[in-house]
Design a protein around this ligand. Structure first.
Ligand code: XMP
Length: 520
């Protein structure tokens, strides 16, 4: 394990759907933490990790089952503060001498109110902004008897032991989830916990940038590095960071597959080549991709065609860089966290994602992944630290297969051109109305149907387009963005007036699930 550069908090994951949120809330408090699955957290692991504090996550198991997941006994002898959340609370109580009962009639799901009891403790209820705090509960079993040394600090109608603690030993246990949005002031509880644990808040992007630069230099030495630039935030931040570390030892390869948004290729090449002086190969392979996609309508065939060609093209251009030993990738922490799976079954492939996995081995390259420890919002903060322009850092995600999956049915150059124009007008509208940053992702799709319209005195027979805008935290689930009626009609009018080839505009009001964000 690496020598710890920061004070570290360990989150032991028992499989809750929201464990990642614990880590995100802590990072927002400038506390460095890592999530590890309970199976991996042995006594030796604990000694090696040397956490300053530990949080036990929630999870779907019951502590009453045989073989219920547990942390090692040694955890409670480390002398560091421990916070148990939901399942984490129950497992703590059981291991420390309390009692948990099956939840028959006492299960609690959703919103609840916790009231402070007579025993006040600044650390535990100091965050209450009123006598009762809204919290989010999700438990079947419940604690029937608290462990010796614990006292009750907060109760809810169905959870008499909603907040308990053994203050002398710094053991804290809550039945609800302080990490979720539905516990509006839960962040304060976590803030109190890390303050008690003595964290100084040493996790900042300025410090991270310097450390990452040192690490990249140590890893790369004087070898050459290749970075595939997509124009997205992750690969851009990785490129600028690596360039700061090793200068012209880095060459970026930007593959233009002809499926980019309006002016995107020019924007990326100008910014990296001219503004940052990063050596950049602009691989203009539009012809190759578009002719391979000719007549292809099936979404999976499109994705596989683009993914396969991308690897070939990237390999060809990267091969021109003599003596390259490393490939940079913008892998993020959520891609690295090992998940706890109780179902064990294989999950269904909804879409084959476009990525360059497998490429490093094929090309005999080692990986440089300077963003592996960061969440998306931290990558944005690091980008700001590196001086990347705000409008670039805040850009909505754009998929690897590009406009191909926003053009259901067969792709033609004409359709792509119409789509680019419609998308640009739509995004311009969103920016003008100051809505861009409230939306996770917004784009236009061109539909494979033509419809009849009337403009002036004439009949039109043109394409219909669909507008999509969603809010999301991580792209896994999404809600439709509630534009005003005026905004939608104004945008439709602009698109129809300004984009030749479109005579009808629709707004997609499908959430995810059951829809997906992209149309294909
Ligand atoms: P879906 O359409 O699956 O998209 O709801 C979820 C998020 O992933 C993006 N997306 C991709 N990103 N390569 C990518 O890099 C892909 O092949 C790909 N397909 C979808 C999509 O834009 C959304 O943000």
């Amino acid at each position: 394990m690496n020598q710890p550069a920061h004070e570290r908090l360990l989150v032991i994951d028992f499989g809750s759907q929201v464990t990642q949120l614990i880590a995100r809330r802590l990072r927002e408090l400038n506390v460095y933490c890592e999530i590890h699955p309970y199976q991996k957290v042995t006594e030796a692991f604990l000694d090696d990790f040397a956490p300053r504090a530990v949080i036990l996550s929630g999870g779907p198991a019951s502590v009453l089952d045989t073989d219920a997941p547990r942390p090692p006994e040694r955890l409670f002898d480390l002398g560091v503060p421990v916070l148990g959340i939901c399942y984490g609370q129950q497992v703590m109580m059981q291991m420390l001498g309390g009692r948990v009962e099956r939840g028959e009639g006492t299960a609690e799901f959703g919103r609840a109110w916790v009231t402070e009891t007579a025993h006040r403790a600044e650390a535990l209820t100091g965050w209450f902004e009123s006598e009762r705090e809204q919290v989010w509960m999700s438990h079947g079993d419940h604690v029937a008897e608290i462990a010796p040394g614990f006292e009750v600090y907060g109760t809810s109608p169905n959870a008499p032991f909603a907040i308990t603690a053994d203050v002398a030993r710094h053991f804290y246990a809550v039945q609800f989830h302080p990490e979720v949005h539905h516990t509006p002031n839960g962040r304060n509880l976590l803030a109190n916990f890390v303050r008690i644990a003595g964290f100084s808040g040493d996790w900042t992007m300025a410090a991270y940038r310097d450390e990452a630069i040192t690490r990249i230099r140590a890893q790369v030495g004087d070898a050459k590095v290749i970075c595939g630039l997509s124009g997205g935030v992750d690969s851009s931040v990785a490129a600028v960071l690596i360039h700061e570390a090793v200068g012209d030892q880095l060459t970026c390869v930007f593959v233009d597959h002809g499926l980019l948004r309006k002016d995107e290729a020019a924007e990326v090449t100008t910014m990296f080549r001219d503004h940052y002086n990063i050596p950049l190969i602009h691989a203009d392979e539009q012809e190759l991709f578009l002719s391979a996609l000719d007549g292809v309508a099936d979404p999976e065939v499109k994705r596989k065609t683009i993914g396969g060609l991308f690897i070939d093209v990237f390999q060809k251009h990267a091969g021109e860089i003599e003596g390259a030993r490393f490939l940079a990738q913008g892998t993020l922490y959520p891609d690295v966290i090992e998940s706890v799976s109780f179902s064990g079954g294989p999950s269904v492939t909804i879409k084959s994602h476009h990525n360059v996995g497998g490429l490093p081995e094929k090309m005999g390259l080692e990986l440089v992944e300077p963003l592996r420890e960061l969440f998306k919002d931290e990558v944005r903060a690091l980008g700001r630290e590196l001086g990347l322009p705000d409008h670039f850092i805040g850009r909505h995600p754009f998929p690897g297969p590009g406009l191909a999956i926003r053009c259901p049915g067969e792709i033609t150059r004409d359709k792509l051109e119409i789509l680019r124009k419609a998308d640009a007008v739509y995004i311009d509208q969103i920016r003008k109305h100051g809505l861009y940053d409230e939306i996770w992702q917004a784009f236009a799709a061109i539909l494979p149907v033509r419809t009849v319209g009337v403009m002036g005195d004439g009949r039109t027979y043109d394409y219909a387009c669909a507008l999509r805008a969603v809010t999301s935290v991580d792209g896994m689930t999404a809600d439709v963005y509630p534009f005003s009626h005026d905004f939608l009609t104004e945008t439709a009018t602009r698109i129809i007036n300004e984009v030749k080839g479109i005579n009808r505009v629709t707004y997609d009001v499908t959430s995810k699930p059951p829809g997906t964000i992209e149309w294909e």
